[in-house]
Ligand binder design. Sequence first.
Ligand code: IMP
Length: 200
Amino acid sequence: MDLLIGTGNPGKLREYRVLLADLPVKLYSLEDVNLNSVDVDEPHDTYEGNAVHKGRVYAQMSGMPTLADDSGLEVDALGGRPGVYSARYAGGGDRDRYTKLLGELEGVPDEKRTARFQCVVALVFPDDRAPISVLGKVEGRIAHQPTEGGAVGFGYDFVFIPEGFDQALSALSMSEKNHLSHRGNAIRAMIPHLQALLKA
Ligand code: IMP
């Protein structure tokens, strides 16, 4: 079976490739199907709405079943912000976004810095089959300082310390991150659906 990974984010793509490596599925990136210049918007206010929307655009353009996701970081001290708006929380790049977040949390003590990543992965078909969505989460807290320079981190990984750890996600190995991350959990929840499809 051919499967398109509908993300332009190289960090996410690496995680999909590792997490789906054992399935008898041929994975295609957007670059493989010449869709890497297509930037899909996020018009909804739910992760699921945006994940299905991205998947639908890429599935229709490629003619292939497509996995797409939408994710965000929910910080309790900020009433759940930036949440579904995490990618648009600040202009610029990853560093601008997590620097703004650390600024908003200045003076907030450790016990009030709780947060979680959520991720919805959607499997969307190029025909009229209904999309399948699954949710993954990871609980943790926001660090006081970023941990930069890790090998695999991206986005808010530099400031997110998963529960049970004392280091940011960016300091973990790819396999440690995949083992506990929101996207890892969501993709693992999607695997039985892919296996069912392979048997059909
Ligand atoms: P989106 O799912 O591409 O809309 O991403 C939402 C925002 O959360 C972006 O700023 C991403 O960089 C960030 N993000 C998504 N997944 C992760 C992750 O696994 N680690 C850190 N940041 C992430």
